[in-house]
Design a protein around this ligand. Structure first.
Ligand SMILES: Cc1cc2nc3c(=O)[nH]c(=O)nc-3n(C[C@H](O)[C@H](O)[C@H](O)COP(=O)(O)OP(=O)(O)OC[C@H]3O[C@@H](n4cnc5c(N)ncnc54)[C@H](O)[C@@H]3O)c2cc1C
Length: 310
């Protein structure tokens, strides 16, 4: 049912007239709830407020599926500028990049060179880079990109695995085998946010939750740091219970939540003694990201529709 809702919302969001209208009015109608600013300077007050409350940040410079090499280079320059802005503001430049944003769909070598340069810049300034996982067409190329980045010396770069894909347990094994040191590996586990062919995904939420925890437990057993990226209370409680029961070192579990989603729970997790990092989107290219948040939850769409009439 939720899958149908998601496919419906993402299908409508992709229609040209809807996209044009939403890009014109969406910022005012609600995108601002999920995006901290249209450039890094505008986002700084929100980032500082998060850090002051004991949460950490990972900044996502919005952008994806760029059309040509020049656009990929312009996006990489925007990410580089964001890393510099964060470092100058005294914030560790921990950033998330979408591989198609830096050209993965166009030229794997171009994407690899840009990711290597950004990861090295972030690490030199005391931060690190994560490669987000996009739709299933790019999973193989993203795993290969991650491995190339490690081989190029940016060992703190991390990846993401999507629990809803049937293929993901094998991808975790590939990632563990390729990691320079599984004990230094960091991996974010998510449910998955794209409208995929039903034959490629698990169909019900109970199965996705089970797959999520199986992946997390396998990565923990291999010694990795697992970033449990979810707002799902059941998964949050299960992950915390597993970490307690297994006596995991505190650094091996980090909860990651999205900016603007369950802010009270974000703070409560800090009070409970957990490491918490908030994924904070910044930039002008917010439409795809915003559509996926609406597709996740009917209440988010209702929030925007209320803005239209009120
Ligand atoms: C830090 C982070 C990074 C991510 N990176 C990726 C990635 O690289 N690739 C990818 O495919 N996906 C990514 N995602 C998205 C993820 O795949 C899910 O689509 C998303 O997290 C929703 O699933 P959920 O596990 O939070 O649980 P859900 O089952 O969607 O939600 C559980 C409960 O959380 C609350 N909630 C959930 N979503 C919202 C919302 N949008 N607004 C308000 N309340 C909400 C509601 O109370 C809901 O009942 C990321 C998510 C996070 C948190």
């Amino acid at each position: 049912m939720l899958n149908l809702y998601r496919r419906g919302v993402l299908g409508v969001a992709a229609l040209e007239p809807v996209s044009r209208l939403a890009r014109r009015h969406g910022w005012r109608l609600g995108a601002r709830r999920f995006v901290a600013g249209q450039d890094p300077d505008e986002a700084l007050p929100a980032l500082r407020e998060i850090v002051a409350s004991g949460r950490q940040v990972i900044v996502d410079v919005l952008g994806e599926y760029v059309a040509d090499a020049a656009a990929a280079q312009a996006m990489a320059a925007e990410v580089a500028f964001t890393i510099t802005t964060l470092a100058q503001a005294g914030l560790a430049p921990v950033v998330s990049v979408k591989p198609t944003q830096v050209g993965l769909a166009l030229d794997a070598d171009l994407a690899a060179e840009q990711v290597r340069a950004l990861a090295s810049q972030a690490e030199a300034a005391g931060g690190k880079l994560t490669l987000d996982m996009e739709d299933v067409r790019y999973v193989d190329a993203t795993l290969a990109l991650l491995e190339r980045t490690w081989q190029a010396g940016a060992g703190r770069t991390s990846g993401v695995l999507q629990a809803y894909l049937l293929r993901t347990p094998t991808d975790l094994e590939t990632m563990l085998a390729a990691a320079p040191d599984p004990v230094a590996l960091e991996v974010r586990i998510v449910k998955g946010a794209y409208a995929e062919e039903p034959s490629l995904t698990l169909s019900d939420m109970a199965a996705i939750r089970r797959a999520f925890m199986d992946l997390a437990e396998r990565a923990w057993r291999a010694g990795a740091q697992v970033n449990v990226a979810t707002h799902d209370e059941r998964l949050i409680l299960e992950a915390a219970a597993f970490a307690r029961g297994a006596g995991l070192a505190p650094g091996k579990l980090e909860f990651q939540l999205l900016y603007g989603v369950r802010p009270k729970r974000q703070r409560a997790l800090v009070e409970e003694g957990h490491r918490v990092r908030i994924y904070v989107p910044v930039g002008r290219d917010w439409y795809g990201y915003f559509s996926r948040r609406l597709a996740e939850r009917p209440a988010n769409l209702a929030f925007v529709l209320r803005g239209l009439v009120g």
